[in-house]
Design a protein around this ligand. Structure first.
Ligand code: FES
Ligand code: FES
Ligand code: ZN
Length: 230
């Protein structure tokens, strides 16, 4: 049983705790900067096919008619991400993962299998964990999207980030954002999950480095801290 005294000290399943180089302060500052850098309105319209730059969607559309007849013109989609509205210019087949990474500079949702099996690209859409590599950007208009950057930048989730750092629940760290997003979605709907419920909630997330036992410890510690803080 995890409690205030043994939390993070290896008492549960005697997992040794290494010292993580990460802290909530460094990750939240980085995440807030990435979110802050997203412009709410588009002012530049690059042609995705030849990279020519235009300053209105009308001019880009005209360019398509002249230079890329028959190709589908990109469209502007307004996304509500991490509490903020922003316009993005996307082609209709673009996945949300691609848009996050290449249009918005939000690189937390990771590119791994790109076919919906590893969970590294998980984001939360309208309260549910969703794989951004199998979700079209155009489907996301009007929905509320939370990425790992939004979680890291929100002080409410400091205990979760702290617990991941304290338990060193990562090795290469590539899968970690996906786990953190799944954990947040779980704690939102179940603030006091059991170890079994945590394992179930994280069952779609794969870690090649084999950090599985530490996620449950970190999440149980975070749950305890968050309930103590009210
Ligand atoms: S990259 Fe999306 S599930 Fe693997
Ligand atoms: S920590 Fe390396 S893949 Fe999970
Ligand atoms: Zn072009």
């Amino acid at each position: 049983m995890i409690n205030e005294e043994n939390a993070g000290k290896g008492a549960v399943n005697a997992v040794p705790v290494a010292k993580s180089p990460f802290t909530h302060a460094s990750t939240s500052a980085q995440a807030a900067a990435a979110i802050g850098a997203i412009p709410p309105v588009l002012t530049e319209f690059n042609c995705p096919l030849c990279n020519k730059l235009y300053y209105s969607i009308g001019d880009l559309t005209k360019h398509y008619e002249e230079c890329h007849p028959g190709s589908v013109v990109p469209r502007i989609v307004v996304l509500h991400i991490n509490g903020k509205d922003c316009e993005v210019l996307v082609e209709p087949h673009w996945t949300l993962k691609r848009t996050l990474q290449f249009r918005l500079g939000l690189t937390g949702a990771k590119h791994m299998c790109d076919r919906g099996v590893c969970g590294s690209c998980t984001v939360i859409i309208d309260g549910r964990p969703v794989l951004s590599c199998t979700t079209l950007t155009v489907e996301c208009e009007g929905k509320s999207i939370t990425t790992v950057e939004g979680i890291a930048a929100d002080p409410k989730w400091k205990p979760l980030i702290d617990a991941y750092c304290r338990w060193d629940a990562m090795q290469c760290g590539y899968c970690t954002p996906g786990f953190v997003v799944s954990a947040k979605a779980l704690l939102d709907r179940n603030p006091h999950p059991t170890e079994e419920e945590i394992k179930e909630a994280l069952s779609g997330n794969i870690c090649i480095c084999g950090t599985y036992p530490r996620h449950a410890q970190a999440i149980m510690e975070a749950a305890l801290k968050m309930s103590a803080e009210g």
